[in-house]
Design a protein around this ligand. Structure first.
Ligand SMILES: Cc1cc2nc3c(=O)[nH]c(=O)nc-3n(C[C@H](O)[C@H](O)[C@H](O)COP(=O)(O)O)c2cc1C
Length: 384
């Protein structure tokens, strides 16, 4: 009797044991590149997935540089959740569907600007930690793929220099950390306008200094050291100074999304800053689902963009299915930059291709018509 009770407890414990977190899921790259010496770059041809670029950057970059990109806040629970959340929701693929026109449906618009795919590059600071040409590689990779590049306000190179490297007609948005000093804020707006940015992205999710423990060990933490007095008055005063639309990045609740609509915001980005600011903040998929379940009209009243943890086309599709208009990738682009412009170009084309082919395999004939019925929204307990 005692033995069988023990066996039951052990079996139950085994079944409930937490699945180990895999920062870079095993798809065999370490087996293929087993002889790659530390500090050396693999061949770009060996990169077949976004996560491969993380492997390459981890192997190649000085630890401090890699850590700056990789780091999350606190115990990195939100960072991990961002990566794991997508697989809590299984697809409901449709079969016997003619999907041969899927490629014609990939183009979309953000704030009226045409892009080739519902994809943008999220603003990430300090591209110089990855490559001496820093953001120049990223702006060119974005041009080659015709996707929007949201240039970080803490870029290594000045916005003016980055925009000078853009193709004619290329769409850049300028992300700004507005501060408490009105003169500084006005100057930043004028710089964005002078550089030809088509929108200004205000990161509203970072009013305090984040605790990035992994980064702190290498002295590469956040540059923000003051408390910021964000307010709707500030939003209106900033918006009144420019004709460029002011996009709010870092919306994390349906309530804030609705407030933004009431205040006239034309586009919002659901984001928890890649899990780098408030540990415990929700992933953008969880926020998109909250919006979908409580007030789906939000997706019609403003353009809803989202980022965080997107590493596969299938991640993007789950967000798009809820009504998100385009998705952003952050770290993978910074990691791909270790290969320079060609690396960024390849990383973006990989994710674009995955979004298209995964949509085809999901049985989506027209990506603009994907909807929530393609996903089982009851979470499985795969990662619990
Ligand atoms: C190294 C790094 C630097 C970042 N710098 C900025 C920044 O300057 N401004 C900003 O709004 N967000 C910044 N972010 C957040 C990204 O815009 C984006 O929200 C996040 O990276 C998305 O998650 P992902 O890296 O998992 O794709 C940064 C993220 C990383 C990883």
């Amino acid at each position: 009797m005692r033995v069988s009770t023990c066996a039951v407890i052990l079996l139950a414990a085994g079944a409930m044991a937490a699945r180990p977190f895999l920062d870079e899921p095993d798809t065999g790259i370490t087996d293929v590149l087993v002889d790659l010496p530390k500090g050396q770059l693999p061949d770009l041809d060996d990169m077949v997935a976004l996560n491969d670029f993380q492997y390459a950057a981890r192997n190649y970059l000085p630890a401090a540089n890699y850590t700056y990109y990789r780091s999350g806040a606190g115990g990195e629970w939100s960072y991990r959740n961002n990566l794991e959340v997508y697989n809590r929701y299984r697809f409901k693929p449709r079969t016997v569907v003619d999907i041969t026109s899927i490629s014609n449906s990939m183009n979309t618009t953000v704030l009226g600007y045409n892009i080739s795919s519902p994809l943008f590059i999220s603003p990430c600071a300090r591209a110089g930690y990855g490559h001496p040409d820093a953001e120049l590689n990223i702006v060119r990779g974005a041009a080659a793929n015709n996707v929007i590049y949201v240039v970080s306000g803490f870029s290594t190179l000045p916005l003016k220099q980055i925009s000078a490297a853009a193709d004619p007609g290329q769409i850049l948005f300028s992300q700004i950390y507005f501060g408490n000093n009105d003169t500084y804020n006005t100057e930043q707006i004028r710089l964005a306008e002078a550089a030809g940015a088509k929108a200004i992205v205000w990161a509203v999710d970072s009013p305090g200094s984040p605790s990035r423990q992994r980064s702190a060990r290498y002295g590469v933490g956040s540059a923000n050291t003051v408390f910021l007095s964000n307010s709707w008055d500030r939003y209106h005063s900033l918006q009144a100074q420019t004709k460029l639309p002011l996009v709010l990045k870092g919306i994390m609740t349906a309530a804030d999304a609705r407030t933004a609509i009431r205040q006239g915001v034309k586009a919002i980005i659901l984001s928890n800053h890649g899990g780098r600011n408030l540990d415990g903040s929700p992933s953008s998929l969880e926020v998109a689902l909250e919006i979908y379940q409580t007030d789906p009209s939000v997706f019609k009243q403003t353009e809803v963009l989202a980022d965080g943890g997107i590493r596969y086309g299938t991640d993007a599709l789950r967000l798009l299915s809820l009504g998100v208009k385009a998705v952003g990738v952050g770290r993978p682009v910074m990691f791909s930059n270790v290969f320079g412009e060609e690396g960024v170009t390849k990383a973006l084309s990989i994710i674009k291709n995955e979004i298209m082919n995964d949509a085809a395999n999901l049985g989506v004939a027209n990506i603009k018509k994907i909807d929530a019925s393609y996903v089982q929204w009851t979470p499985n307990n795969w990662y619990s």
